[in-house]
Ligand binder design. Structure first.
Ligand SMILES: Nc1ncnc2c1ncn2[C@@H]1O[C@H](COP(=O)(O)OP(=O)(O)OP(=O)(O)O)[C@@H](O)[C@H]1O
Length: 293
């Protein structure tokens, strides 16, 4: 697997508190990769290190084979749409495009203009007078027209209504396919990520909790329901992610690559959102990190 981002033992400490610890992962190139995790899990910290805005406290990080933020050529290869979809309130849409052209050596003006026109954004309108969704679309346009090899987006759709979110993500997917982009996108909205991403990385309490192709994650997680049983008695290949019990019944979300043959269990598939929630609420029986590629 070619990696757009490769980290080894990456960590970031603010004062005495680690925002990210021992982070070892490969973000596959040419894919749309989702980054999830609860508030404070370390997502923004990781993304800021990817784009070179933060220096690691420990470990290493390589982005498109180079050091993040290391020189003009490297900066040109990486686009960043930060958390508040930053635009300049006093500049018009057209002025944003002119600024983009000036600042970015690989700027694709035709792509920028086409997107603005298709979105129906008035080039003469100041960004401060656009709606949140329109501003997000403008920020995405700037990110795409920069023609990066890697586009990093930090919760770009958080403030958008469902329709605007859908349009934004549609535009992102089209751009990824058209320009052979690698995309790394953080969001709390797992259903959105499931729609646009094919690989997922989950951070929990400053650590990588799980990472893998979404198809594999969906195939390898099963919900087992049956007579009450101690999760410790499960076969070795079944790793319990979360467990709940009543007096008579146990419900376990397990990760396994083997079929479950025990007839006492009723076996169901689960959606990505349930898998993510199970890891977040898994409690003490958390298995060791497993990464599937
Ligand atoms: N500049 C900073 N100084 C001190 N602590 C910080 C700083 N930035 C982040 N942190 C802390 O680092 C941890 C990770 O924060 P980060 O913003 O990376 O999380 P996040 O997963 O992006 O959260 P959210 O989903 O809320 O945006 C948190 O505990 C946060 O309080």
């Amino acid at each position: 697997m070619t990696a757009a981002v490769r980290t080894r033992g990456l960590g970031k400490r603010y004062g005495r508190r680690w925002a990210l610890t021992d982070c070892t992962l490969d973000v596959p190139a040419g894919r749309v990769v989702g980054l999830v995790g609860p508030n404070g899990a370390g997502k923004t910290t990781l993304l800021n290190m990817v784009v070179g805005q933060l220096a690691p406290t420990s470990g290493t990080i390589e982005v498109l084979g180079g050091a993040p933020g290391g020189g003009a050529a490297q900066l040109a290869k990486v686009g960043y749409v930060a958390q508040e979809t930053p635009t300049y309130a006093g500049l018009t849409v057209a002025e944003h495009l002119r600024l983009g052209a000036k600042l970015n050596p690989r700027w694709d003006d035709a792509v920028a203009r086409r997107r603005i026109e298709r979105l129906g954004l008035d080039p003469a309108k100041k960004a401060g007078r656009l709606s949140g969704g329109q501003r997000a679309q403008l920020a995405l346009t700037l990110g795409i027209a920069k023609r990066p090899e890697l586009l990093v987006l930090d919760e770009p759709v958080a403030a958008l209504d469902p329709l605007a979110r859908r349009e934004f993500l549609q535009g992102l997917m089209e751009a990824a396919a058209e320009h052979d982009l690698s995309v790394l996108l953080s969001s709390h909205l797992v259903s959105d990520l499931e729609r646009v991403c094919d690989h997922l990385i989950m951070l929990l309490e400053a650590r990588v909790r799980v990472a893998g192709d979404i198809d594999d994650l969906l195939a390898e997680h099963l919900l087992l329901t049956g007579p009450r049983r101690d999760p410790a008695d499960l076969p070795a290949g079944q790793h319990v992610v979360s467990a709940s019990h009543t007096d008579r019944q146990s419900t376990l979300l397990v990760r396994t690559t083997e079929p479950v043959h025990d007839p006492a269990w009723s076996v169901d598939r689960v959606g990505l959102e349930d898998i993510v929630l199970a890891y977040m609420t898994g409690g003490d029986r958390r298995p060791a990190l497993e990464v599937i590629s």
